[in-house]
Design a protein around this ligand. Sequence first.
Ligand SMILES: [Mn+2]
Length: 504
Amino acid sequence: MDEIRIVHTGDTHLGYRQYHSDVRRQDFLNAFSTVVDDAISMGADAMVHAGDLFDSRNPTLDDILDAMGLFSRLKSAGIPLLAIVGNHESKQSTQWLDLYSSLGLVTHLGTEPYRLGEVALYGIDSVPRTKIPLFDYSIFEGKATDARYNLLVMHQLVKPFSFGDWDIKDVIESIPFDVHAVLLGDNHKNEVTTVGGAWVTYCGSTERNSTSEREPRSYNIFTIGESGIEISKRVIPTREFVFIPVTITEGPNAHEDIFSTIMEYDIAEKVVFVEISGDVKAKLDFSEIENFLLSRGALVPGIKDLRTGVDTLDDASLKVSFSDPDDVVKEEIKKMDLTAGGLLLDDIIRDPLIVKTKVDDEAETKLGLLLEKIDFTESVPGNIPYVPSADVEEVEAVPLDKVDIVADMDGSKEEILSENVANEVPHAIVSEMSDVVAENITSKASAETPDEVKDVADISVAEDAEVNAEISSEIKKDEKESDHKDKKGQDSVKPRQYNLGDYL
Ligand SMILES: [Mn+2]
């Protein structure tokens, strides 16, 4: 048989603004771009992407275009891209991959074999942990071909590797044809083993998603020929992370000791962590140390205080300890660029005087009032400034002749939500304001936890997605009901009753 070479990559996490750095976001793109370049220059027969293309279910338009640019380069070089969905970018039904696949840039692997000479490739999109025991292997029945080798692509944490929650042996034994290799994503560490004669391997992430990913980043090259399957690892050059250990003693010189140690390192353009151990009584000003790192050219300045367990980059709560927490919150909210509605919701959620069980009602009432102030005859809706509290008290009924125009706004409401609110706090915010919102905010806040934790946390995010699915179907139900009410309302000439789910 003709030799076939496949580049196996995954966990590219495009769009990840690690440490809130746009440069780091670009680093993630560059790393994947390097793999694409390599595939083209080696004349690979295909590239497999094993999931987590994007870092988020709601990638920005830039992320979507960046990915498209890379895929187009592969296509121009005649290299098919075969991919599955990871837990990070997983949507409820239609996937980002389906968009690219409709443009002819990607093949979304599934139960239908993709043939590459004597090789057939299959895929299983990321399965949430709770659904693994229910996985129905019979979907692969009748899908065998006369190919000599069958490759399966998955995005899961599998046994026998550590943290595995799905035994890959079960998968290999349950699929109704021979599987010769499983190409995995999810665990960001490159690993290779064999299970019952089949290769099982993680390619590793293309960039460092956390400081726990210490080894050089990598991808796999599969060479498949007469003599079987060979797997080799190739390293991707990525931005350096520097760890500077310093032991301090009590006294006036703690800062000086740290600074002089930092000066021994070349930290320009690097992600730097000063790891402090020693006397707990020595008081430190972290922002002074950060500023020193920046003055020496560090791209990202980080401090891990091993004495207290504080990590200025991985611990989201830490920044707050050095300034007024309210200011920090305001600063972050400003960056989110929320609409008036978004700010109003934030205000309600954060208000200590509104009890959790009242958040739904409060949000519905206040958003309803806000919506009534929006002039829907304007082409850009929702841009009226949000004035907190008392100001939104008076209710102005929308004249009936505007009701139709208002109804037309339905088409764009999804967009408003996804751009301004859902990016940060997924769909749940619309109807279930209380617990679900709190949970989603928590899961967002955990986005910078170390990787293993991060991927485990992702599972709960994926499960949240199911909750969201249920909620959004409720919203749809509400919409239908309210549409129905609209018609009635027009008949009986009543002021329109606003339903929160109608507009945002
Ligand atoms: Mn990942």
